[in-house]
Design a protein around this ligand. Structure first.
Ligand code: 4AD
Ligand code: MG
Length: 508
């Protein structure tokens, strides 16, 4: 039994004296009184230290606490709905465990590169805490879903001899004198495991050398890869949808505080609990190009309207900033009003940045919509244009075989297409899942392996799967960080993983 309780459970102990252990995440002081916001990883709560109730020695201890000092606090729990977590502690004893001198992350705004350099400490901040807890719920619910559906979790190797997803993003490593690559995907092994176990999923780290800085690419990311024997592409899509529905529901139900903490408007998560629209590549292209409407809305008309709206908002926000700055400069305001106004201006400038970013992006998206060339893979802006028209993820299947991986099955009814499926998240996020039905015809596979200039000898074992009791089968890969990024509506995938590894970032 531990000798302290967690903030998350504190409501069960109202009226009792308890011990909490944690860190000082915020502190306010008045005459003879100190308010500490304590965090312990499970939650936050206000602790009140007064000379009358706690004694002078405890008051002195509390006064000497700085940001991130670790403390042992004893006190009586009182219900207080106004407070964070709905409780407050009247402190009877506070002891410092570890001091914290000049904690580098202050309450003021910091630049992103600074925060990334301080990632080992930044993880303690409220927003990062909430994101990591949502990530945890997503991971747990993925396991819950697959385990309840009789999938067996199996692990694919990380050192591999072959490329699964093209040769341009391989990380090379030395394996006792042989060249090995860090796995881009466990899929090929997943196929072998599905032939042994029926339905499996892998859940492990994967690696891609993506030599460009984008908001959706990591060099190391976690992928969940189910593989199902006897499933065709449509049963595959049912599985993807079932899994995502389950995960989103679990997050909505179990992460209320966390979603509120990051100000996530959950209406689009809720509308994502209905069946996802499914369309072929051809149908998606017509929507992107503005030839076919979705619920009466055409892509190009929508983008033109968004551009006009953004231009109008920019003018309005500039006027508001100017007006407020004039007032601040006039000297006629009280100190409190100046502070309030100044905070408002900072917020408006942030909003202005977002609008300016939109004004840079919308013309790119419009260009995508107007000039998309049939037969190409979708780029980030094509995905954005398409998903803007929907309030849930969409599934696009039957892609031109030239733009997809070597292992995808051709559509038997129309050989131009491969039976791949991508799931694109709304709100501009784009691809979160890639998958499809696998080619079972040995000749077609051999042809594709040659076409992709892959070393045949590395794929002998893979071809065996087609020689000994071959069956139709399908699977997919869910990018964990892409899903977390969308669910939390983050601007960049780097905040969705504890210690991101990406082009230009190996530390801390
Ligand atoms: O679409 P991808 O490349 O598909 C595969 O790897 C298949 N072998 C999966 C399968 O069928 N078993 O990658 C799958 C997903 C993408 O949809 C995306 O969510 C994520 O992995 N992903 C990345 N996430 C972060 N950073 C990167 N550089 C990523 N590359 C892919
Ligand atoms: Mg893909």
């Amino acid at each position: 039994m531990s000798d302290f309780i967690y903030i998350e459970n504190a409501k069960q102990f109202v009226g009792q004296t308890v011990t909490l252990k944690g860190w000082v995440s915020n502190k306010r002081e008045g005459k003879g009184i100190v308010f500490i916001i304590l965090r312990d990883g499970t939650g936050f709560c206000q602790c009140v230290v007064t000379e009358d109730n706690s004694g002078i020695e405890n008051l002195n201890n509390a006064q000497s606490c700085t940001l991130e000092t670790s403390v042992n606090i004893e006190g009586i729990i009182a219900l207080d709905e106004k407070q964070i977590g709905g409780i407050e502690i009247q402190v009877t004893n506070i002891k410092i465990i570890g001091e914290s001198i000049e904690y580098p992350i202050a309450k003021k705004e910091h630049g992103i590169e600074f925060l990334m350099d301080q990632r080992h400490l930044w993880l303690r901040s409220t927003r990062q805490w909430a994101i990591m807890r949502i990530r945890n719920t997503i991971i747990f619910s993925i396991h819950k879903y697959f385990q309840s559906q009789q999938f067996i979790q199996m692990d694919a190797p990380i050192f591999t001899g072959n490329a699964c997803e093209g040769t341009s993003t391989l990380f090379e490593s030395d394996f006792y004198g042989d060249t090995a690559y860090l796995s881009q995907s466990g899929q090929l092994y997943g196929e072998a495991m599905a032939m042994a176990m029926g339905k499996i999923y892998t859940f492990g780290p994967t690696f891609r050398a993506e030599k460009s800085k984008t908001r959706r690419h990591l060099s190391e990311f976690w992928m969940i890869e189910p593989e199902m024997a006897f499933y065709d592409i449509f049963q595959n899509m049912d599985t993807i949808e079932g899994m995502l529905h389950f995960v989103i529901k679990e997050v909505i139900e179990n992460c209320k505080t966390e979603l509120e903490t990051i100000n996530r408007d959950i209406s689009i998560l809720e509308s994502s609990l209905k069946p996802f629209p499914r369309m072929t590549y051809d149908e998606a292209v017509d929507i992107i190009k503005g030839k076919v409407p979705v619920n009466g809305v055409y892509s190009i008309a929508l983008l033109e309207k968004e551009l006009k709206d953004a231009e109008d908002s920019l003018v309005a926000i500039d006027n508001e900033i100017e007006e407020k700055e004039k007032k601040i400069a006039s000297g006629s305001l009280k100190k409190g009003e100046v502070n309030f106004m100044t905070a408002k201006v900072i917020q408006l400038k942030q909003e202005k940045n977002d609008i300016e970013e939109l004004l840079r992006n919308i013309p790119t998206w419009l260009n995508s919509a107007r000039n998309f060339e049939y037969g190409n893979d979708f780029g980030g802006s094509d995905e954005t244009v398409l998903t803007k028209l929907f309030d849930s993820p969409v599934m696009v299947y039957d892609w031109p075989h030239e733009v997809k991986a070597f292992y995808l099955k051709r559509n038997p009814e129309d050989n131009r297409f491969a039976r791949g499926v991508d799931v694109l998240a709304p709100e501009g996020y784009g691809e979160i899942v890639g998958g499809g039905e696998r080619e079972t015809n040995v000749e077609s596979l051999i042809e594709k392996i040659h076409e992709h200039q892959l070393p045949m000898e590395e794929f002998e074992w893979y071809l065996d799967l087609r020689k000994f009791g071959s069956v139709p089968h399908s699977g997919f890969g869910l990018g964990l960080e892409r899903l977390v990024t969308w669910v939390c509506k983050l601007k960049h995938v780097r905040e969705s993983i504890p210690f991101p590894r990406m082009y230009g970032r190996l530390k801390p």
